[in-house]
Ligand binder design. Structure first.
Ligand code: F6R
Length: 242
């Protein structure tokens, strides 16, 4: 079942943050699926504020990031480990061991996908997965053409995604060429999927994800197969919904 809520971005972020904290109040060791990129940042800021306001104990929460670049030096400020540390772990006063990020170190990359899948399974599975949406329909780094049955694996980033993410690097050439990402089927195993998309640049991708045919050429369309997906979009991103 897919529900679509059309709300201003700040209202949507607040709603999702409140929902996550209510989940944690009921299940203190809840497992969260975390996305990087710009879209979820207002959710993380709202969480930071509300955790203090509501005095929520987050000491037993666990989390799994969706993806990581392959081959960035350890501690690189644009590695998703570093981003998650800055945007989630520190502001939410979590300890680093509570949040896992796929290991993108080149030396151990062969074993990293299976290890990550095993860690997610051992946690009991993700309760709530936050997702951003690529302009081309990617979720995680599952680019168009990704099998809907895929699990965590190493992928090549498309030229488009490298171009989109160049804003975080000194030049486009420095954007890594490979990533490790949860697969579409890994993502679909989470018990509740929460897709966020804001702004005109996401409008086509939102319409294709929500109303388009389910197809590997649009990985986000697989969310239609999930029993509980919530899509939160603003007016601009909802523009092409019928
Ligand atoms: C991030 C991720 C990506 C982004 C997507 C949208 O962990 O997996 O799928 O969610 O590229 O990025 P933003 O939010 O920056 O527009």
């Amino acid at each position: 079942m897919m529900e679509v809520l059309i709300l201003p971005q700040d209202v949507a972020a607040e709603l999702v943050a409140r929902h996550i904290l209510t989940l944690i109040q009921h299940k203190p060791d809840a497992v969260l699926g975390l996305a990087t990129g710009s879209t979820p940042l207002p959710v993380y800021r709202a969480l930071e504020r509300l955790i203090a306001e509501w005095e929520v104990d987050t000491s037993r929460v666990r989390g799994f990031a969706l993806d990581e670049y392959v081959g960035l030096p350890e501690g690189h400020p644009q590695s998703y480990r570093a981003v998650i540390t800055r945007e989630v772990i520190e502001p939410l006063r979590l300890t680093p061991s509570q949040i896992r990020v796929p290991n993108g170190a080149t030396e151990t990359i062969k074993d990293a996908p299976a290890e990550y899948e095993a860690e997610i399974a051992a946690s009991g599975g993700v309760d709530l997965q936050l997702l951003g949406l690529g302009g081309n329909g990617h979720i995680g780094f599952n680019e168009p053409g990704s099998s809907l049955g895929s699990s965590t694996r190493v992928k090549t980033l498309t030229a488009q995604t490298r171009h989109d993410n160049a804003r975080f690097f000194p030049s486009e050439d420095e954007v890594p060429r490979h990533c490790i990402t949860q697969g579409v089927s890994t993502i679909l195993k989470a018990r509740h999927l929460v897709l966020l998309a804001f702004g005109e640049s996401k409008a086509q991708a939102v319409a294709a994800a929500v109303e388009g045919p389910i197809s590997a050429s649009n990985p986000a369309s697989a969310l239609q197969l999930h029993p509980h997906t919530t899509v939160l979009v603003d007016e601009a991103a909802a523009r092409h919904l019928s």
